[in-house]
Design a protein around this ligand. Sequence first.
Ligand SMILES: [Zn+2]
Length: 168
Amino acid sequence: MSQTIYARVPDAVKEAADAYASAQGMTLASAVADLLDRGLQAAADARSVSELERRAAELASEVGTLRQRDLTISSAYQALAQRTSQPVGACPQCGKEVSGYDLLVTGRCPHDRCGTSLTPLLARSDEARAESKGGLDDGEFKMLLGALGLALGIAYLSQHAGGAIGGG
Ligand SMILES: [Zn+2]
């Protein structure tokens, strides 16, 4: 099936079409149909190429954002690990040093054959401290609060885009 298109074209286009037709051994009508078909294909390709380029740019920017977020989260994790590895007090049972990690995460004394619950360390009553059976001093307590703040910051960042975590 075919239809007819009547189109007025510049002299140069007509001459080029004639030249193409004779070079290909085609009639002018076949040459014009062939060239028009190729032109339409090229136009469609150009559109899909620019669509792909746009998508690639979008993805590249998304990757940049995620990398930045990953960096921020890793440095926050490092700061958190560093803070929670510091000693925050002594085990109420064996008297050996326990870290913020022991206190906040495992809740138990890490030393061999002890494993005592460290919960009493979190009870900051004056009696507990007077008995010197645990109880954190203000500095230790603030350090733990700082570590908790970092942990919250990391949790927040894993759910939201970029941004820096304060503290140091
Ligand atoms: Zn212990």
